[in-house]
Write a protein that binds this ligand. Structure first.
Ligand code: MD5
Ligand code: FE
Length: 206
């Protein structure tokens, strides 16, 4: 299958998920959707994406076992089947079996107007790769460098079913989503509008 190394350790696998797998993931995410929220930032801003977490709850800029910024409820469990999918995804992207035990998922929903600014994911205490799965509308994903929020960066379109893995020297690169391409979702993915992104992580926390 097609695999493109965008940078060392950063691998794009277009069309990794079948449409059936996409629909199954969308169905699972509908079960968590009532807990999706716009995360509030310490700056006073609010993220335009809506997020629900599994396993560990992400809040700026730490993880918690409870949803501290909303209602203090226990975080939803991280299901075994999602860890299995993460291991298969990583083995596919790196074309070799690689030990991987993700214990957290961030599920982000982007409406037509949602974006994500350039940032690094560095709340995790493990250097393990991040696995990213996209469903629904195509987006422009901006993959940057480890030094600055700005150039140089590479823009990549992520389509429904695409896998992106960020590991090795790319694990702490700046990245963001400057644009969602409205109206591009294939309804057979299970989503008629908007974009879902699941990222699987090893937190390294106990
Ligand atoms: C998304 N999500 O498509 C984006 C990009 C996030 C997030 O950035 O933190 O939820 S998924 C790509 C990603 C995730 C983690 C690390 C890196 C990229 N990376 O090191 O480039 O909703
Ligand atoms: Fe990120």
């Amino acid at each position: 299958r097609e695999r493109t190394e965008i940078a060392p350790g950063a691998v794009h696998v277009p069309g990794y998920l079948t449409l059936e797998q996409q629909r199954e993931l969308v169905d699972a995410c509908r079960g968590w959707a009532s807990r999706m929220r716009h995360t509030k930032l310490p700056s006073g801003g609010v993220m335009s994406v809506q997020t629900v977490c599994l396993g560990w709850h992400w809040l700026p800029y730490r993880y918690s076992r409870t949803v501290d910024d909303i209602d203090g409820a226990p975080v939803e469990p991280f299901p075994d089947w999602l860890g299995q999918l993460g291991r298969d995804a990583l083995a596919t992207a790196y074309a070799t079996p690689t030990p991987y035990a993700p214990d957290a998922a961030l599920i982000n929903f982007y409406d037509d107007a949602a974006k994500m600014g350039m940032h690094q994911d560095k709340e995790e205490r493990s250097p393990a790769p991040v696995v990213s799965l996209s469903i629904g509308d195509t987006c422009v994903f901006r993959f940057g460098n480890t030094e600055t929020r700005g150039k140089p960066y590479t823009d990549v379109e992520l389509r429904s079913g695409d896998l992106f893995v960020f590991g090795g020297p790319s694990r702490f690169a700046y990245h963001g989503v400057p644009k969602v391409l409205a109206g591009t979702a294939n309804p057979a993915s299970g989503l008629t509008t908007g974009r879902l992104n699941l990222t699987l992580r090893e937190t390294g926390l106990t």
